[in-house]
Design a protein around this ligand. Structure first.
Ligand code: PLP
Length: 407
């Protein structure tokens, strides 16, 4: 076997399809987000504005978070030194789990090193707890949920995205006595559309199913205390397991589930992705505690965030760009071709210092390749003007269509 040739051909396939991923090397500068410095491939530097990050509220450089992290590093040092079971459970981890349980009005929360791991570990473990479990999973669920469902070896049914009639059909077709779980998201990050939470909860009640929601793109940003869409819509009590991240709106790192004390205890006891890995560094947990606590009362930031998204969408729509608008904070502009998307992204970066990475298959379906903008409260009017002007110029330059896709 010529292993090198195999690797070459795997990489060549991605190049051929125009979806080979190139990392942009950036240095975040504390206190200056969304401004950062890029190191070009030739080693030279360029000032850029980041328009595609998921530090949605700028908390990654917020003094409240940084001070808490500094204090914790001084007090506790760098790493936790162990798995949760073997000396890696510190006062910071306990505090964070209490803060998160409170955020979602649940009895308990369980920390993981990321929301990816939280989804994968929890969903792959649930069939061990509920033998014969059938998982009904939305077709556009995040890769981490798909992976967890795929790996768990149990039965799965995929329902068409947000299609509760299809979900009902699938539920009706199965044994009424079988344990069931419906897994879905509150905000789908690539189109920025919302899951039909209440309707899914109604179906879950009717069919005796558990509910599992990924609120990764909503926690911190929606709900009066940042508890996500389930808090905003007063539905958290109807969801059995809420998954969230500490890496996006909260600006730090880590993931979690919030659920009943019994559910968390069982997942904690059975999930290899929880048990056999070192816990988060105490300073990371401390930063997350500060961020979650801060955003529980920072409605002004949430309001500014929504306003920024509305303004950007209005302006891009005004120029006739094909924008998907479902009323969330995510602003996807459809280009519809991987090569054009990459080219536009490269030109925005090289010619305008605007960083928005191309989004291609398999993250989104082929033919819907896009640029996905994430305006935040720390993107000022000048940054917005520069972005809108650049998009206008490039759209004309590349002779792309200006036709709105209805949201
Ligand atoms: N769930 C969704 C819907 C996501 O978009 C992501 C990350 O992009 C994750 C989970 C994973 O979150 P984390 O970055 O904390 O692993």
């Amino acid at each position: 076997m010529d292993y090198t040739a195999q690797l070459d051909s795997a990489i060549a396939r991605l190049h051929d399809e125009g979806r080979y991923r190139t990392f942009i090397d950036i240095e975040r500068r504390n206190g200056h987000f969304p401004h950062a410095v890029r190191t070009r491939p030739d080693g030279s530097q360029q000032n850029i504005t980041v328009w595609c990050g998921n530090d949605y509220l700028g908390m990654g450089q917020h003094p409240v978070v940084l001070n808490a992290m500094h204090e914790a590093v001084d007090a506790a040092g760098a790493g936790s030194g162990g798995t949760r079971n073997i000396s890696g459970t510190t006062v910071y981890h306990k505090r964070l789990e209490a803060e998160l349980a409170d955020l979602h009005g649940k009895e308990a929360a369980l920390l993981f090193t990321s929301a990816y791991i939280a989804n994968d570990a929890t969903l792959s473990t649930l069939p061990k707890l509920f033998p014969g479990l059938i998982i009904y999973s939305d077709a556009l669920n995040h890769a981490s949920m798909i992976e967890g469902v795929r790996r768990n070896g149990g039965a799965k049914r995929i329902f068409r995205h947000n299609d509760v009639a299809h979900l009902r059909e699938l539920l009706e077709a199965d044994d009424p006595k079988a344990p069931k779980l419906i897994a879905f998201e509150s905000v789908y990050s690539m189109d920025g559309d919302f899951g039909p939470i209440e309707e899914i909860c109604d179906l879950a009640d009717e069919f005796g199913a558990l509910t599992y929601i990924d609120e990764v793109h909503a926690v911190g940003m929606y709900g009066p205390r940042g508890g996500g869409l389930t808090e905003r819509d007063r539905l958290a009590h109807r969801i059995d397991i809420i998954n969230g991240t500490l890496a996006k709106a909260y600006g730090v790192m880590g993931g979690y589930i919030a659920a009943s004390a019994k559910m968390c205890d069982a997942v904690r006891s059975y999930a290899p992705g929880f048990i056999f890995t070192t816990s988060l560094p105490p300073a990371v947990a401390a930063g997350a505690v500060a961020s979650v606590a801060h955003l529980k009362t920072a409605q002004d930031l949430r309001d500014q965030h929504q306003t920024q998204a509305k303004i950007l969408k209005l302006r891009l729509k005004g120029m006739g760009l094909p924008l998907i608008d479902h009323g969330s904070h995510i602003v996807p502009v459809i280009v519809g071709n991987p090569v054009h998307t990459k080219k536009l992204s490269d030109m925005l970066l090289d010619d305008y210092g605007i960083y928005v990475q191309p989004i291609n298959f398999p993250t989104v379906p082929r033919g819907t390749e896009r640029l996905r903008f994430t305006p935040s409260p720390v993107h000022g009017p000048d940054e917005m003007n520069r972005l809108v002007q650049a998009m206008d110029e490039l759209w004309s330059h590349c002779a792309l269509n200006r036709a709105e896709l209805a949201g």
